[in-house]
Write a protein that binds this ligand. Structure first.
Ligand SMILES: [Zn+2]
Length: 339
């Protein structure tokens, strides 16, 4: 079974009223852990890589690790997605190496940097222009596209921006009609990274319902949706870490988002936390240990458990065999038929 188009995974999730986590990866153990979780819970899944991850893995390694994941798991629908593509060039490179989906983040201008190293937001018209270009290129190859309206705060790889602008539902319909994106990332008050909030977050839930009404056919995406569980942060701090006050989006808030119309839930930070906490614990308990398998192995196991619990919480579990993945050629024909 080849990689599955993101569009199909999210269409199925919309029909079934469940969410699908999109998990960020940089290395073999993370990919294996996520695959293990998907097998254990019979879940379709989205694996995503950012520009930073592609650089870290030198593109080729990530490509072949993903091919191994598919070969090893022929019965699971797996989409491979580029997270926060900054421009058409990187989207093209990702498509070349086999990604079945790309995000073009036209909401901020990655080419411009303010003196303090931040990227400014783009105008709606600019965002539409940049996004449309990627949609034309990707859809003619059967590849799905995610766009973003409004901007998220925080730091995720290199999406540094100070400007947090909630998505404007009036712009949503216009953006989707003019760009033809398959999925749209909404800014509803979540933020990237481990330090999202100082208190329990207030998210603009009504905004999700409003966007769902305006664009009933477009998948909606929640970024920055790690929960930053207290026990994972406590584990890191207990074994010599220093992460005071880290806080994320509680699972019930994500579940409410899914009920209101979210299909794709981006999770990166929680995976980092559990890996770091586990490695720290092994080092603290067995200071003589120097075989990487003895700390990366337990980290991989802990990550698999964490992701499996998310698959159950988001309602993804049990849906892996609901459908047969479409080929990119079939998707190409689908998009061509849309005119
Ligand atoms: Zn993001």
């Amino acid at each position: 079974m080849p990689l599955c188009p993101l569009r199909q995974i999210l269409d199925e999730a919309r029909k079934g009223a469940y969410g699908v986590g999109a998990y960020n990866v940089n290395n073999m153990e993370q990919i294996q852990a996520i695959m293990q979780a998907a097998r254990d819970t019979a879940s379709p899944l989205i694996i995503q890589a950012s520009r930073g991850a592609l650089q870290y893995t030198n593109f080729t390694y990530l490509k072949h690790l993903m091919m191994a994941a598919v070969e090893d798991n022929p019965d699971l629908p797996i989409a491979l997605h580029l997270d926060h593509g900054p421009d058409l060039d990187l989207c093209k490179r990702a498509i070349e190496i086999g990604f079945t989906s790309v995000m073009i983040d036209g909401s901020i201008d990655y080419d411009t940097e303010t003196p303090d190293g931040k990227h400014p937001p783009r105008s709606l018209q600019d965002n539409i222009r940049v996004t449309r270009e990627v949609v034309d290129y990707a859809h003619s190859r059967g590849v799905s596209v995610e766009g973003e309206l409004g901007t998220l705060g925080g730091i995720e790889e290199d999406t540094k921006t100070d400007h947090v602008l909630l998505t404007d539902p009036d712009e949503v319909q216009q953006f989707c009609e003019h760009t033809g994106v398959d999925a749209l990332a909404l800014a509803i008050g979540t933020s990237h990274g481990a330090y999202k909030f100082k208190h329990e977050p207030t998210l603009a839930m009504e905004l999700i319902s409003e966007c769902r009404r305006r664009v009933p056919e477009t998948a909606l995406v929640m970024h920055g949706s790690s929960s930053v569980p207290k026990e994972l942060v406590d584990e890191i701090n207990k074994y010599g870490g220093n992460m005071p006050g880290a806080m994320g989006v509680p699972i019930p808030a994500i579940q409410e988002g899914i009920r209101r119309g979210i299909q794709k839930v981006n999770v990166d930070t929680d995976g980092r936390l559990v890996v770091t906490g586990t490695v720290r614990r092994v080092f603290a308990e067995k200071p003589g240990e120097f075989d990487p398998r003895k700390y990366l192995g337990p980290a991989r196991e802990a990550l698999a458990k964490l992701i499996a619990s998310k698959m159950r919480d988001f309602g993804t579990a049990g849906h892996a065999s609901d459908y047969q993945p479409k080929t990119l050629d079939e998707m190409k024909a689908f998009y061509a038929g849309q005119g």
